[in-house]
Design a protein around this ligand. Structure first.
Ligand code: SF4
Ligand code: SF4
Ligand code: FES
Length: 232
């Protein structure tokens, strides 16, 4: 199989370039990450990319594959148009090859205070939820913070300094929906902002890009509805 991979080492390269590789199909069901590992281990040890779990859980190998963001470890190579063009996540500062600087992305995640804020004393064991309350978190808790949605969002490309982006907003909605959390008022106060939330123009690239089949657009709409609801 043929691949073309984005290469850029700021220490030696004046500008980025695409490098071609030929990789054998070693096993049925081979994933794109397997092909990158083959290149690194057998053809060019300098190829740089992030990965850890290999199972779509850690979120570290978000990349742009034939123009679509996804996780290398769960993207089957079978069916991908060749040469498979692999680039870093779009609109992100490239540290080296497929590794991008995620600092701003995680700073925005921190802004939504992604932890439980409760007014009740800490229980001896755990804070319980009913099955229905727990089910409210479905569609949010599965997010692996890979950044595929946020880096595919045109509104975030243009206003990423102030628009929180779909991943952080999906997580904000996760805490708004958590029956154990008592900070909904403060959370909504923070989100009620023409840039942080309302720069989403419902283009829905985020939903299409999510490798975990989540729907950040719906989460953003849920937050907007919660803001309207508290006014009436
Ligand atoms: S729906 Fe909103 S958050 Fe998602 S890609 Fe479009 S503008 Fe961005
Ligand atoms: S919502 Fe999906 S695409 Fe966005 S960060 Fe979470 S897992 Fe990745
Ligand atoms: S390596 Fe962990 S999600 Fe792909």
């Amino acid at each position: 199989m043929k691949l073309e991979i984005y290469r850029f080492n700021p220490e030696v390269d004046d500008k980025p370039y695409m490098q071609s590789f030929e990789v054998p199909i070693e096993k049925p069901g081979m994933k794109l990450l397997d092909a990158l590992n083959y290149i690194k281990w057998h053809l060019d040890g300098s190829l740089t990319y992030r990965r850890s779990c290999g199972e779509g859980v850690c979120g570290s190998d978000g990349m742009n594959i034939n123009g679509v963001n996804g996780l290398g470890c769960i993207t089957p190579i079978e069916g991908l148009k060749q040469p498979i063009k692999v680039r870093p996540l779009p609109n992100m500062p490239v540290t080296r090859d497929l590794v991008v600087d995620m600092e701003h992305f995680f700073d925005q995640y921190k802004q939504i205070k992604p932890w439980l804020q409760s007014n009740t004393p800490r229980p001896e064991h755990e804070r319980l939820q009913s099955p229905a309350e727990r089910a409210e978190l479905d569609g949010s808790y599965e997010c692996v913070l890979c950044g595929c949605c946020t880096t595919s969002c045109p509104s975030w490309w243009w206003n990423g300094d102030r628009f929180l982006g779909p991943a952080a907003l999906l997580q904000a909605n996760r805490w708004l929906k958590d029956s154990r959390d008592d900070a909904a008022g403060e959370r909504l106060d923070m989100l009620e902002d023409s840039f942080k939330l309302y720069r989403c123009h419902q283009i829905m690239n985020c939903m299409e890009a999510c490798p975990k089949d989540l729907n950040p657009t719906k989460a953003i709409n849920d937050i907007k509805r919660a803001l309207v609801k508290r006014k009436v």
